[in-house]
Design a protein around this ligand. Structure first.
Ligand SMILES: [Zn+2]
Ligand SMILES: [Zn+2]
Length: 347
């Protein structure tokens, strides 16, 4: 077994604290890489607090992981010692179901294996995430990371990046489309960057007028303050797509009124309460509400390669491991531009 250091929550009502644990030995198809940086996703906090479902404890969060390969199994072909590597939200899936065969491992019909707070395919071994010094992952779920980009700022691409890239690609959002990005946080700021890179006209919808300057710096063409009635009225019926990244409760009826005929509102945020969607808001204009969850491995690699080619990374604030509690407090208040990344050398 591989002795590993990390930060874990021992239960839903205890804070993260240093914890030593073991990872499996590197198998013939496994890659072991030492973790250099790990992004802090809002879902880390939701999961250690049992907000969505009862978690598996002790829990080592973290699924925006980048590092350097230190060991590979005998049958590993795509990686060698010294390569940069990354892992996102998934470390395994059945590999044989209809969805896995279509490179949609995130929708594995047998249930995919999450990077943490999940069980290996044996149904009993817990997985532990990236708030740790090293990780062992089967080759198929390890991504190649370019050395051209700031490695720390690449980490959030593994969740925030792919979660916004995948739906924009699926719905072929690009030139000639008006895209609204709802919420300018970790996900939203990546949605703006990708929307602009794909050629769409991008508008940020936000309750906070203070975010306009940042939105424009990120490349957004327009900004609508959603608490300003006149601005909302002017935007009604104008968008082909709304990418909804908000995890707090919000008024779907109002946002659906901003879509033009045949427009689609794509949800990637996860509010804890179900939304109310009046049928009239949909049938008046043949509108759709859709959802999208992270992305498959092939598409995640495509996204990382696209980012390397177009010089796209996340906007980050680097933190030491011991400052994770303050980072969570600030994240809960939406006070982060736009993703915390842990420098794992400080573990
Ligand atoms: Zn995440
Ligand atoms: Zn599957």
């Amino acid at each position: 077994m591989i002795e590993t250091k990390g930060y874990a929550a021992q239960s839903a009502d205890t804070d993260l604290a240093p914890w030593a644990f073991e990872r499996r030995e590197v198998g013939p198809h496994d890659v072991q890489f030492d973790i250099l940086f790990c992004g802090v996703c809002h879902s880390d906090l939701h999961q250690i607090k049992n907000d969505w479902f009862p978690g598996i404890f002790p829990m080592v969060p973290g699924h925006e992981i980048v590092g350097r390969v230190v060991k590979v199994g005998d049958h590993v072909k795509k990686f060698k010692v010294g390569d940069l590597a990354g892992t996102g939200c998934l470390v395994d899936s059945c590999q044989v179901c209809e969805n896995c065969k279509k490179d949609l491992e995130q929708y594995c019909l047998e249930g995919s294996t999450g990077t943490y707070n999940s069980l290996e395919r044996d149904g009993k071994t817990p997985t532990y995430g990236g708030y740790s010094n090293t990780i062992v992952v089967r080759e198929e779920f390890v991504l190649h990371v370019s050395d051209k980009l700031n490695l720390a700022a690449v980490a959030p691409l593994l969740c925030a990046g792919i979660t916004t890239y995948s739906p924009l690609r699926h719905w072929k959002v690009g030139k000639g489309h008006k895209l609204a990005v709802l919420g300018l946080g970790g996900l939203g700021h990546m949605a703006v960057k990708f929307g602009v890179a794909f050629g769409a006209e991008v508008t940020v919808l936000s309750t906070s007028p203070k975010k306009e300057e940042d939105a424009r710096k990120l490349g957004a063409h327009n900004f609508v303050v959603t608490t300003d009635e006149a601005q909302v009225k002017a935007a009604m019926g104008t968008f082909d797509f709304i990418l909804d990244t908000v995890s707090a409760e919000h008024d779907f009826k109002m946002y659906l009124s901003l879509l033009r005929t045949d427009g689609t509102m794509i949800c990637v945020g996860v509010p804890s309460k179900p939304a109310e969607i009046p049928a009239f808001s949909l049938l008046g204009g043949r509108k759709s509400v859709a959802g999208s969850g992270i992305g498959g491995i092939a598409e995640t690699q495509e996204m990382l390669d696209f980012c390397a080619a177009h010089n796209i990374v996340s906007e980050i604030e680097m933190i030491d491991m011991k400052d994770i509690h303050t980072a969570y407090e600030r994240m809960e208040k939406g006070d982060v531009r736009y993703r915390f990344v842990i420098d794992m050398a400080t573990l």
